[in-house]
Design a protein around this ligand. Structure first.
Ligand code: SAH
Length: 260
């Protein structure tokens, strides 16, 4: 082909295939080739049976060689096919290396589009029924990676609610760093792994005992919500029976009950 095709970045959402947007599903049907990440649901393949699917997934940090290979592959595929989809877990704009891939395509003069998806922080809030913003208490939310590019752990206090990505293996250290940054020991922390999947697990902690969450979520993609948005929603106006009927005392129904 002389004229390159276009590249569509699609956010697959955090889990089950039905959490992709209608627009994302419609664009997948147009794809000739799909470059996808390991975290996305295999059932998404049913949305583009006509396409060639290529797994470019990686867990945790990918080194620059790995990212450069993906960038080059995207450009090469766009020179060979009219429609290339780059499917990413969650939302492409959140810790998804979108910047590098957009730069590579821009340098090659290739047109692209970005279709948003549900990021893990939002899926965790939904699973636990914990609104990220709270009237009067939670006016700001930050999406943060606790890990710097060099692999160091850094955490501060920048918003009423902070959601940490990529901290699952460092929960004890994250708790200590947050306390050092001025969060009180009793600050509520909600830890959710595999948010949006049927086997999602959620647990509640105080900052002081965040290390205890490590064993519950080991080896699973995990987000850590700290502050106002991590608090349980109280239901003082419901009667006891109405509260039980509404499931007010339980966490998400699909999740095993875990002691805080
Ligand atoms: N673009 C993705 C984030 C990619 S970075 C998004 O918008 O969600 C990878 C990190 O995201 C993981 O280390 C974990 O912290 C988080 N993550 C991704 N999927 C998750 C899920 N289903 N449940 C909990 N955390 C998840």
């Amino acid at each position: 082909m002389t004229t390159p095709g276009r590249v569509i970045f699609i956010g697959a959402g955090p889990g089950a295939a039905d959490l992709i947007t209608l627009r994302g599903a419609a664009r997948l049907l147009e794809a000739d080739v799909v470059l996808f990440d390991a975290l996305t649901d295999p059932e998404l393949r049913d949305l583009a049976p006509q396409a060639r699917w290529i797994n470019v997934g990686k867990r945790g940090f990918c080194d620059s060689t790995g990212q450069a290979t993906i960038d080059a592959l995207l450009v090469r595929m766009a020179h060979q096919h009219p429609c290339v989809v780059r499917l990413k877990g969650g939302d492409p704009s959140v810790f998804g290396r979108l910047e590098e891939e957009l730069q590579a395509l821009a340098a090659a003069g290739i047109a692209c589009e970005v279709v948003p998806g549900i990021t893990a922080a939002l899926a965790a809030a939904a699973d636990t029924r914990r609104p990220l913003t709270r009237r009067g208490q939670g006016r700001s939310v930050s999406l943060t990676t606790a890990m710097t590019q060099q692999g160091a752990l850094r955490a501060g206090r920048h918003a009423d609610t902070e959601v940490f990505y990529m901290a699952g293996r460092q929960l004890g250290r994250l708790g200590r760093a947050l306390r050092a940054a001025g969060w009180p020991e009793a600050t509520p922390v909600s830890v959710v792994s595999r948010a949006g999947w049927p086997d999602s697990v959620a647990s509640d902690h105080a900052l002081a005992d965040l290390a205890g969450a490590a064993v519950l979520h080991a080896g699973r993609p995990t987000v850590v919500t700290v502050g106002a948005g991590a608090a349980r929603v109280a239901s003082p106006t419901l009667t006891t029976s109405a509260a039980l009927a509404a499931g007010a005392e339980t966490t998400a129904s699909a999740m095993p009950a875990l002691a805080p």
